[in-house]
Design a protein around this ligand. Structure first.
Ligand code: SF4
Ligand code: SF4
Length: 74
């Protein structure tokens, strides 16, 4: 069960791969089937259900591409 989700401002991504290597649950990848408006391979989430909302990806991204939304406990 996901603890949150990330929102990707895809057209700002420059496909640098930094966030991909910092996700502790390994659910980030570059989507090699597409390019964004800047012509880069954009970030995608491979398994959203595993996101622990740690925000490491958002902190490491140099271009503020990622916003993390934490789900509240019910
Ligand atoms: S918030 Fe944490 S678990 Fe979720 S995608 Fe980013 S680095 Fe991975
Ligand atoms: S760190 Fe930012 S710019 Fe780099 S791949 Fe991840 S989202 Fe894209």
């Amino acid at each position: 069960m996901a603890k949150g989700r990330i929102i990707i401002n895809e057209d700002k991504c420059k496909g640098c791969d930094l966030c991909v290597h910092h996700c502790p649950v390994d659910i980030l990848a570059l989507d090699t089937s597409r390019t964004n408006k800047k012509g880069y391979t954009p970030l995608m989430v491979t398994d959203p259900d595993k996101c622990i909302a740690c925000a490491f990806c958002a902190m490491i991204c140099p271009d503020n591409v990622i916003t993390v939304e934490r789900f509240s406990k019910s």
